[in-house]
Design a protein around this ligand. Structure first.
Ligand code: MN
Length: 195
């Protein structure tokens, strides 16, 4: 059984204001993530997935048309925990190791914005790292997640409407900009790199 308490927020609900409202966090974490967890618990009961951890479940269900709902809910739980952990306050300088890989801070941000703004419909934008390919910025659709494809995520931004609509309505580009400038906890991102 998965439980929302196993995925605690790394900040207080009000801590990201004025960049992300407590109202957004309340719905995004307390309703959307909670629903993915409740759905997954129902879907995996009495199946081969019941005793797997989240990562195993994602890797085993990707591409299996009979397990599409399990994949979607499991991947969304992983993606949301990762996303919430990417955010905080006060660690907003892009680390050299990342900006250097893109030719500078401005270049990194521009590339991230271009790819994020190019996502049509629901999805995610990711900074990933691979020993051979180095850092890359990629987008995934719906619940899809890099770990389903053996790719290591470093940073992610949720681009589903529920992630920003209360604060930004139709202004998704402003949400992307605000995330880059004021919401990323680079300390977490670096600690997660493990490279
Ligand atoms: Mn979301």
């Amino acid at each position: 059984m998965f439980n929302l308490n196993d995925y605690p927020l790394p900040f207080r609900e009000t801590e990201l204001e004025p960049y992300m409202s407590a109202e957004t966090i309340k719905f995004h974490y307390g309703k959307h993530l909670a629903t993915y967890i409740a759905n997954l618990n129902k879907l995996i009961a009495d199946t081969k997935y019941a005793n797997m951890d989240l990562r195993e479940m994602i890797i085993n269900s990707v591409g299996d048309t009979n397990a599409e709902k399990i994949f979607n809910n499991a991947a969304q739980i992983f993606n949301h925990e990762f996303f919430f952990n990417c955010m905080g306050r006060g660690n907003n300088a892009v680390p050299d190791i990342i900006s250097d890989a893109f030719g500078g801070v401005t270049e990194f941000k521009e590339k991230f914005k271009t790819i994020a703004n190019g996502v049509f419909g629901s999805g995610w934008v990711w900074l990933t790292h691979d020993a051979a390919k180095g850092f890359e910025i990629i987008a995934t659709k719906n619940a899809d997640t890099p770990i389903a494809h053996g790719i290591k995520p470093i940073l992610t931004l949720d681009l589903w409407e529920h992630a920003y609509y209360l604060d930004f309505q139709n202004r998704r580009a402003d949400f992307i900009e605000t995330f880059l400038e004021s919401l990323i906890d680079w300390k977490f991102v670096i600690s997660n790199m493990n490279i």
